[in-house]
Design a protein around this ligand. Sequence first.
Ligand SMILES: Nc1ncnc2c1ncn2[C@@H]1O[C@H](COP(=O)(O)OP(=O)(O)OP(=O)(O)O)[C@@H](O)[C@H]1O
Ligand SMILES: [Mg+2]
Length: 276
Amino acid sequence: MTTTTRPVAALDAERVTLAYDQRTVFQDLSLSVMEGQITTLVGANGSGKSTLLKAFGRLLSPRSGRIHLQGKALRTIPTRQVARQLAVLPQKPLTPPATTVRELAARGRHPHQTWFRPLTSQDTAAIDAALDATGLTGLAGRDVATLSGGQIQRAWIALVLAQQTPIALLDEPTTFLDLAHQLEILHLVRRLNRDHRTTVLMVLHDLWLAGRFSDRLIALAGGQVVADGSPWEVLKPGVLRQAFGLEAQVVSEPVTGSPLVVPAAETVLPHDLAGS
Ligand SMILES: Nc1ncnc2c1ncn2[C@@H]1O[C@H](COP(=O)(O)OP(=O)(O)OP(=O)(O)O)[C@@H](O)[C@H]1O
Ligand SMILES: [Mg+2]
């Protein structure tokens, strides 16, 4: 007898309405993030990528509808338990004052620690591994405030890695990074996914990197999912026009064969996508 494993939703939004005061960003949106996959949200500035990620990370409560984390209603799960299941890298993390790189990474162990107990050897090993993976071992004692933009970003990624959660939500994890470090971080994300089956939901602006490192892309525009599927299914001229107002061709990138978006010589941004 053959058994087929059905894909399981790590996170599941069911008819959610997400809004800030008077501004509704999504109404009745349903979307699942599948376990063991790397899913990337793409879309123009203001299309709601961070809003959706915040809702999945319980940083924003839906006005209506439900979100489930591994089948349980997210709003009913104790905070500590949520933090053991999912780690969130916000788009604009606020670094606490007078914090060293190592101390910031160590915050990732908080959900695993008991009150006032010193770090266990397992905590220390997780922090060391996170600093090593992000290339920050040599900067461990430095105050985060004294680092460059890219180094700060990597310190926050170290916190997420030290948390060792089965799900990671990463809002633009490669901002501020030079191309080599962007690739390094995304290879790291893929290793986490391959070796530990970590479910990743991230936001990326670079469509080449999104296509190269994701199992699934979700394109957002106008409060809707306008395309959802493999990188080749989503990165199509019609979707790029709808989501970004971008006239572009999509060619196969010669090294990995992933889709490469080549914009037309001149692109005029429609008024409504320009954020007016
Ligand atoms: N705290 C807030 N209060 C009010 N409106 C907000 C707030 N945060 C976001 N918005 C609005 O919600 C909409 C979606 O914003 P969101 O940050 O989710 O976009 P995004 O796709 O992540 O954009 P970007 O690519 O610029 O990060 C935008 O119109 C934005 O102005
Ligand atoms: Mg955003």
